[in-house]
Design a binder for this molecule. Structure first.
Ligand code: 4AD
Ligand code: MG
Length: 433
């Protein structure tokens, strides 16, 4: 029988067997007649031991030749060993070097963020980035499962659009056969008509903001998930956002234990976010609280990043700030019937100072109100006629929100900057690689 080729994810099924694993040399060290090769194959890490007296001289010579990130097929006997990292070791019998790598640019010494970002394509091989990408993937899958199991239909919104959704100051303009077109800032406007067709819908894709700011919370290209639900009103929207976030956090805690450990994430800080309800705070009360905490924010202002940080330090769960002044929010939001200067809007602010991760609202269902808003925001009405049709033909209450995936992943992983939460970050001064 030929030796089975397995991955490091499947070690447990092959204890005491001879196996072959294909991967890259993550690290190695020597000790007399021993070579320890830490092999990584994308699924995990495995210590492979070459003991000179027990292998052919050619195998020993290959072991000596292998450098960091050389690609190799390793064959040996898999033994369980409690002392080994991961609980297994491979006693090497054969080594097939596929490619000997010259000196890998990312070594053990500390590299600055610019160097690492210029080598993002190689940086992804590091343990920490591996863990981040695994968490991101779990977050995305849990989102799809959340909506799928609740009967939502996935609707893909276009990337090339004729008009703005979230304000004209962050639009990426491009030439569309002689006409201006804009990269989508949000799929929302396209979801609203779709929820009249399908009831509960969501989109999940890349969105673009020509953010001139260089903060750690802004990317120019980021991924957003946006549900939109027919007949859902403001209170139901708050419940949905809460159920959604608590489920994502629970699932990542459940399935990404190893990755979070590798990221040295203090998971006790995430556990409260698996529990519901989350605290809810009216915008007016949030302003009072912020002023008590020493901020000079005024009623009517949007919160700055510092305000969000000091406010959320008061809670160990995501904080839902509701009913913002209509004047500082998007044109499509429904005014609060109890006080039309306020919008039925919610921002969900992550704990530990991570800031806004979700923004949403009940949508205006009045044609007249939206026509006035489009004029007040100086938007080109002709480009929104199709959107207004949602109010012309069977208008109905509906609500939705958007969550930035990188904001969520950054928080869950406990890292400082959004740039590590996306495989290839795009920022004001970065388009490479
Ligand atoms: O609050 P925003 O601008 O809301 C919308 O786009 C709505 N149309 C969504 C909806 O109701 N369907 O953006 C939503 C979320 C933010 O809370 C944040 O998580 C993320 O998108 N986000 C960004 N993430 C990274 N970089 C940026 N420049 C971001 N801008 C927004
Ligand atoms: Mg927002």
């Amino acid at each position: 029988m030929s030796t089975p080729v397995i991955t490091i994810a499947d070690l447990a099924d092959h204890t005491d067997q001879e196996v072959t694993i294909r991967g890259w040399v993550y690290n190695w060290r020597k000790k007399g007649k021993l070579r320890f090769i830490i092999l990584r194959d994308g699924f995990g890490y495995l210590q492979c031991i070459v003991f000179r007296p027990e292998v052919d001289e050619a195998v020993w010579e290959t072991a000596v030749e292998l450098t960091q990130e050389s690609s190799v097929r390793v064959t040996g006997r898999l033994v369980a060993d409690e002392r080994a990292p991961g609980g297994y070791e491979l006693k090497v019998t054969a080594l097939d070097p596929v490619h000997i790598s010259p000196e890998f640019p990312i070594g053990k010494k500390d590299h600055g963020p610019d160097f690492l970002l210029n080598h993002r394509h190689l940086w992804l091989r590091s343990k920490r980035q591996h863990a981040m990408m695994r968490v991101r993937s779990e977050v995305c899958q849990s989102i799809r499962d959340f909506f799928y199991t609740r009967g939502y239909t996935n609707i893909d919104s276009p990337i090339l659009t004729p008009a703005a959704c979230e304000g004209t100051s962050t639009l990426f303009e491009t030439d569309y056969f002689g006409e201006p077109a804009f990269l989508s800032q949000s799929g929302q406007l396209y979801l609203e008509p779709a929820c009249a067709a399908l009831g509960k819908v969501y989109c999940f894709g890349p969105t673009f903001r020509a953010e001139k700011s260089k903060t750690r919370r802004h990317l120019t290209e980021f991924w957003m998930v946006e549900p939109e639900v027919a007949w859902l009103q403001f209170d139901g929207l708050l419940d949905l956002a809460e159920e959604f976030l608590s489920e994502i956090v629970s699932r990542v805690l459940d399935r990404c234990e190893e990755d979070l450990k590798r990221l040295e994430r203090d998971v006790s800080k995430l556990e409260p976010s698996t529990r519901r309800p989350y605290p809810r705070l009216d915008y007016g009360d949030a302003i009072l609280k912020l002023r008590e905490l020493g901020s000079d924010v005024e009623h009517g202002d949007d919160f700055g990043a510092d305000d969000e940080t000091i406010l959320t330090r008061q809670y160990d769960q995501p904080l839902m700030v509701t009913r913002y002044p209509a004047a500082i929010k998007a044109f499509y939001m429904k005014p609060d019937p109890a006080d039309p200067t306020r919008a039925l809007a919610v921002d969900v602010l992550a704990p530990e100072g991570y800031g806004e991760i979700i923004g949403g609202s009940e949508r205006s269902d009045s044609l007249e109100h939206l026509e006035r808003q489009i004029a007040a925001h100086d938007l080109p009405k002709a480009a929104f006629e199709w959107y207004l049709d949602v109010r012309r033909y069977g208008s109905f209450p509906h609500s939705g929100y958007g969550m930035g995936i990188e904001r969520c992943v950054t928080w869950i992983c406990g890292v400082q900057h959004l740039r590590e939460a996306i495989p290839y970050p795009r920022m004001i001064n970065r388009l490479y690689p």
